[in-house]
Design a protein around this ligand. Structure first.
Ligand code: B12
Ligand code: SF4
Length: 530
């Protein structure tokens, strides 16, 4: 089959997307004729890096040479049409995250005006968390929910032969005007994954500005899933969707991990490895020991990871140091313990964060503190607590973002219930926040902080931490702070509690069903004879 794969990236954020890299590798390995259309470097600039530079979040780097100047939406459409008309695909696939969905929709609706010989199939984060919403989009014919490896293989095989696709697990489709969904397939064993094929991706994806230097970085995953349940994160939703699909947190063996990195490094010559895992350090001791031994003797490249504070301990950090870990991104998010505990649903105390960040610094490893502003219930005072905490913590850099109320997350639900987000009503987008972004501005209209004030703090955050700005709490609309403290914050907290109770109930129901199914199977299975 001829499959045309689109990566509709408008953030200009380079780095090969692991999920789509694996999907396209599988398509090629299965013998399908595959073409990639990647918009990452087509638009006029790297929005993400521009904001970081402007906010002083990173050592200034100029990435403008990576982008084709003046190659905007019109030029993208022209090229897309030319490529599709030349290739004449049997299937068109897109990978979607919410920030790119509107842009992806523009491309899909354009495709439908000149090419209707191939259905459009979408996968990725947003199709996974909200397939029922996306299926109402007239431009989308099929959705693969969750892990796409097995489903895309089965779909292409059946569709290519003209067989029915009704029974393919993870697939959403329409039949007789009705939206239909199939069961979720068991979560896969990561050791069955193929080695990613990077050949179809632009080399520019390897450019990673790191600590002021442009490095050549390769992206890999060693595990999937995170067992924490932060209220703004996709993982809390995934845990619910996949509750019957097997073990959510899974690892690739060190053997498979090293084999893949070695094979791709021999070919592409990286000087930095990026691990896409949500929480790299959350691994058992024996695995850590094996990683340490084999990394140094077989790969020996600097690497960079993301981790939660709760997974940091001296034993692990020692290994990180010995194995050339260049930096750790830490999800600290706020300096307000009250906000972190009650609204972010992260149970880490500031004193523990301080202790562990100091430990990482003692070992000479670089830290990046990931911080967010604009949580439902957050006040200017909370943000100033974050600033004070960052002064105390002294990470090597920050990554500051606005809270984005992604569909499916508790934060989205609360912001919607409170009437603080403007949502779409059009088919395919119903209930989703308009113009969603985590980088450009705040999508949640907080009663506590004016959005423009929030943007002002965003761009002053680094200066405030470095004590180069004299902006003060009193400069903000203080009266609204009092209102929120007394009423709105309590509303957010109780609304979140209800949502989390719902997850607990759903988990209880699922295990009750599993127990019952097991009991029935035991009763039905013949006993071993004498
Ligand atoms: C690594 C990473 C990146 C990398 C790679 C991007 C990517 N698309 O993979 C970089 C650094 C480039 C990046 C950038 C951004 N990211 Co990011 N990123 C992640 C992270 C931490 C891991 C993703 C990953 O590799 N997972 C492992 C792979 C195997 O899983 P997967 O990507 O979901 O893919 C599987 C399925 O979804 C499916 N699938 C995926 N695509 C397709 C396509 C088809 C056709 C099919 C059939 C199936 C399919 O099959 C895959 C294999 O099973 C996730 C958090 C997470 N846990 O998902 C955030 C996450 C995806 N990122 C997010 C965001 C917001 C962004 C940015 C907008 C940030 C910014 N301002 O620039 C950009 C957008 C870039 C883009 N267009 O994707 C959000 C998306 C939120 C949402 N609900 O939509 C997430 C979920 C984090 C969060 N806040 O919760 N990101
Ligand atoms: S620790 Fe990070 S990856 Fe895990 S649920 Fe929280 S935000 Fe998501």
């Amino acid at each position: 089959m001829k499959v045309f794969v689109i990566y509709p990236n408008i953030e200009g954020y380079g780095r090969i997307p692991t999920g789509l890299a694996i999907i396209s590798t599988i398509l090629m390995d299965e013998g399908h004729d595959m073409e990639l259309f990647d918009t990452t470097f087509m638009s006029t600039g790297n929005k993400d890096n521009d904001v970081r530079n402007k906010a002083g979040l990173c050592a200034p780097t100029d990435l403008s040479h990576l982008y084709t100047d003046g190659f905007g939406t019109e030029e993208i459409r022209e090229l897309l049409k030319e490529r599709i008309m030349r290739f004449r695909p049997d299937l068109i696939c897109l990978s979607i995250v919410e920030d790119n969905y509107e842009f992806a929709d523009e491309l899909m609706s354009f495709i439908k005006t000149f090419y209707t010989s191939a259905p459009i199939l979408c996968g990725g984060t947003t199709p996974t968390v909200a397939p029922h919403i996306l299926m109402a989009n007239p431009n989308i014919d099929y959705i693969i929910q969750g892990e796409g490896e097995g489903a895309i293989k089965d779909f292409c095989e059946a569709y290519g032969k003209g067989d029915p696709v009704d029974n393919i697990p993870n697939l959403w489709y329409t039949k007789g005007g009705q939206i239909k969904s199939n069961a979720i397939r068991p979560l896969l064993d990561m050791n069955t994954l193929p080695i990613q094929n990077f050949d179809i991706w632009d080399e520019k994806h390897y450019v990673k500005p790191y600590d002021g230097v442009n490095r050549r970085a390769g992206p890999f995953e060693t595990s999937r899933g995170c067992m924490l349940r932060c209220s703004y994160c996709v993982n809390v939703v995934y845990q619910d969707i996949f509750k019957d699909a097997g073990k959510y947190k899974r690892f690739k063996t060190i053997d498979s991990t090293i084999a893949e990195i070695k094979a791709l490094n021999d070919k592409h010559n990286f000087d930095l490895i990026f691990f896409a895992d949500d929480n790299f350090l959350a691994m058992p001791r024996e695995r850590l020991e094996e990683f340490a031994d084999r990394w140094t003797s077989e790969v020996n490249l600097p690497y960079w990871i993301n981790s939660t504070i709760s997974s940091v301990n001296e034993e692990r950090i020692k290994v990180m140091k010995e194995t050339k870990c260049a930096g750790i991104g830490l999800g600290i998010e706020t300096g307000s313990e009250n906000l972190r505990k009650n609204i972010l649903k992260k149970n880490t105390r500031n004193v523990d964060i301080l202790e562990r960040v100091n430990l990482i610094h003692d070992y000479g490893i670089r830290t990046t503190a990931n911080v967010m502003i604009g949580f439902p219930g957050e006040t200017v005072e909370d943000i100033f607590e974050s600033i004070e905490f960052m002064k105390e913590l002294g990470p090597d850099s920050f990554d500051l973002n606005f809270v984005a109320p992604y569909i499916g997350t508790p934060v989205h639900q609360v912001a919607k219930d409170m009437g603080w987000i403007d949502t779409w009503d059009k088919p395919g987008f119903k209930g989703m926040a308009k113009n969603i972004t985590m980088r450009q501005n705040s999508v949640i209209n907080l009663p506590t902080i004016d959005n423009q004030e929030l943007v002002d703090i965003f761009y002053k955050f680094t200066d405030l931490v470095d004590e180069k700005s004299d902006m003060k709490i009193e400069d903000f609309t203080a009266s609204r702070i009092d209102e929120v403290k007394e009423t709105k914050r309590d509303g957010v907290i109780s609304s979140l509690s209800n949502i989390y109770d719902g997850y607990k109930e759903s988990k209880r129901e699922a295990s009750k069903k599993r127990r019952l199914a097991k009991k029935n199977a035991d009763t039905l299975s013949p006993k071993a004879g004498p």
